[in-house]
Design a protein. Structure first.
Lengths: 305, 347
């Protein structure tokens, strides 16, 4: 996909690799600005590339968004209550199959990997007999234990089971949510929320918000680029905080101006207070079939013990 | 503070959805009433602004950075009900498009960051900044305190949700099904980082942005965040509220009596301590003899064995006397300070 020039420059500066000639050199006191610029670039990239990902032909791309929301939502709820590892593994297998058949690029599922890593990191202490007593499988500190019954600090089998079940559940739920987003255009995804009784007005506001978010992300990136380019020495954390507050204030001013302009444009186009959410498309036989199959799978993963 | 999917069980996230649906409905009605047709772009832009606030890195003393949530700032600028909707929309976009937060835990995240945080912060802002004109330092201080309190209230709620999971959701073998750490771990861990670090970031950002807007765009700031009116609670209502609280004070002895529990932990007198441990440390015994209160334990001297109803009457009398003494003391200090101010002005 061909990204606009301003965006690639922002990415270069943020990553500090291949910055164009004449742009600001790397300096330790601008590192926090580069980090913020990198996260702004990532968000803009996801918003811009999201709609291109659905151009790929695949299974989920061909399904009505309402069927996807209801089917994947049902599977997610089932995964959130599935008590067994086998059931969660079955659901993971289905999620991987759906990703393959839909030709979803793996980088789109990266947040699920990050969420799993974070979950592992958070729950790792729970594998110790300090939190989860049980059969020791790996002794870490043989000299000092928790109690007379547990004379050594060890990783327990029960603790590992809790970790595996927790991480699988987190990874699965995140993957299902990302599959939905990666195979559905933003506007269609929001309109499909009507199937969950989300009010038409909320759908319209969501649609507007995402459209203008791209513009505001660019404005925020420009502010950061300008700051990096003009920073020569260390301005100190107090000066940096003042700049952050001023930037946010400037962005707020811009959002209010844009809101007024958008309102006038809506009035000029005949907006009379009735929210429009656009057509959702009819549910076909294959959509119903897909949804019912996912619900059956959602029931199946509750079976194994 | 975004709780991902898989951390909360259906008992918790289902309850959160049941709580949030009426709140969303009520918020939509309130916002529709105040913003009319302009609500659509204003809310969309407010939500986009809130999204961006969460993406800004903020340098803090000590060389590290953090990022603000911005719910209290949006509540001050757009009103708390608009903040409920704007932050809810931001959390939905983050969960659906960016995988940040979760779908099942969406309502729980909304309850923490889109309801508890903006309302707690906004109320504190109104209370501390009551009567302060736009552009005054007290208003900025109120915004900082509001941001700090709002974020910590939300963090406390999130830590309670996570810490309750092992108690309410476990399998037949007693192993936790969701977040595995109890309240004794989640509350101190989450509150320590929010009280010491993230709360400071939120306070700095909330106050700085309001100060920037009031200095550079006074008209925009005034239309966004009108000055809080002075507190105007009628005296009758104030006295009635105080009297009600005084009559409720015996609950502090009636409930432990009904439940058969002991006194407050760590508030033992020398005799109680001796009954529990068999001895009293010499220093404690010496210091406890220094002062004999006229109404020990809110009762008559030597009235430990009195019936519970008589003790309750003594509790109410103590509450009324104590309130009157504190109110009188405050009035005296106020009169003294006011007198000094008048003298300075005339000199």
């Amino acid at each position: 996909m061909l990204l606009p020039e301003w965006f690639t420059i922002a990415q270069h500066i943020a990553s500090d690799v291949g910055a164009p000639e004449g742009m600001a050199p790397s300096a330790p006191h601008t590192r926090w600005l580069r980090r913020a610029l990198a996260s702004l670039s990532r968000a803009a990239s996801l918003l811009m590339e999201g709609d291109h990902a659905i151009e790929r032909r695949g299974l989920l791309q061909a399904i009505n968004p309402r069927a996807k929301v209801l089917g994947l939502g049902g599977l997610m709820i089932s995964a959130s209550v599935a008590p067994s590892l086998e059931g969660l593994l079955l659901a993971c297998a289905l999620a991987a199959l759906l990703a393959l058949l839909s030709r979803v690029p793996w980088f789109r599922l990266a947040p699920a990997f990050v969420a799993s890593l974070l979950a592992t990191f958070i729950v790792l202490p729970a594998t110790l007999n300090l939190f989860t007593p049980g059969h020791p499988v790996l002794v870490l500190w043989p000299l000092r234990g928790i109690s007379p019954e547990q004379p050594a600090l060890a990783v327990t089998g029960e603790g590992l089971f809790i970790l595996a079940r927790f991480v699988l559940r987190v990874a699965l739920c995140a993957t299902l949510a990302l599959l939905l987003a990666a195979t559905t255009g933003t506007g269609r995804l929001f309109r499909s929320l009507r199937a969950l009784w989300v009010p038409r007005l909320a759908v319209m506001i969501l649609d507007l918000m995402v459209r203008y978010l791209e513009i505001l992300l660019r404005a925020a990136s420009d502010l950061h680029l300008a700051r990096i380019s003009r920073t020569v020495g260390d301005s100190g954390s107090r000066g940096d905080r003042k700049w952050v507050a001023a930037s946010m204030g400037a962005l707020y001013r811009r959002t209010r101006v844009m809101a007024e302009q958008t309102y006038r444009a809506m009035i000029a186009r005949g907006y009379s207070g009735e929210p429009a959410a656009g057509p959702q498309g009819p549910m076909r036989k294959r959509d119903w079939l897909f949804m019912v199959l996912l619900w059956i799978w959602a029931l199946v993963i509750q079976m194994p013990r | 503070m975004h709780i991902p999917d898989g951390y909360l069980g259906p008992q918790t996230y289902g309850t959160a959805y049941a709580v949030m649906v009426p709140i969303w409905t009520w918020a939509s009605r309130r916002v529709s009433r105040t913003l009319k047709m302009r609500q659509v772009p204003v809310l969309a832009m407010g939500a986009a602004f809130c999204f961006l606030v969460m993406m800004f890195n903020v340098p803090i003393p000590g060389g590290t950075t953090g990022h603000a949530v911005g719910s209290v700032l949006v509540a001050i600028l757009l009103g708390p009900w608009a903040a409920v909707l704007a932050v809810s929309l931001v959390l939905l976009v983050q969960a659906l498009l960016f995988g940040d937060g979760g779908i099942t835990s969406y309502a729980a995240n909304c309850l923490n960051m889109a309801v508890i945080m903006p309302f707690a912060g906004w109320w504190v802002f109104r209370l501390v900044g009551a009567g302060a004109p736009p552009g005054s330092k007290r208003r900025w201080l109120a915004a900082a305190v509001g941001g700090y309190v709002g974020l910590n209230a939300a963090a406390l709620s999130a830590s309670l949700m996570l810490g309750l999971q092992p108690l309410i959701a476990h399998d037949a073998a007693g192993r936790p099904l969701y977040a595995p750490f109890g309240l004794s771990v989640t509350v101190p861990v989450m509150m320590a980082e929010h009280l010491l670090l993230f709360g400071v970031v939120e306070a700095l950002i909330t106050a700085s942005v309001l100060a920037f807007l009031e200095r550079t765009e006074p008209l925009l700031a005034a239309s966004s965040a009108p000055p809080s009116p002075p507190l105007s609670m009628g005296r009758k209502r104030l006295w009635a509220g105080l009297a009600l609280l005084a009559f409720l004070t015996p609950l502090g002895i009636l409930l432990p009596w009904l439940l058969g529990s002991g006194g407050a932990w760590g508030e033992w007198g020398a005799e109680e301590l001796k009954a529990m441990t068999g001895w009293v440390p010499a220093g404690l015994a010496k210091l406890s003899e220094l002062w004999h209160a006229p109404a020990p334990d809110y009762g008559p001297p030597g009235g430990e064995g009195l019936p519970i109803l008589v003790q309750s009457v003594w509790y109410i009398l103590s509450a009324l006397t104590g309130s009157a003494l504190v109110a009188g003391l405050v009035l005296l200090v106020r009169r003294w300070l006011w007198g000094r101010k008048q003298n300075d002005a005339s000199a």
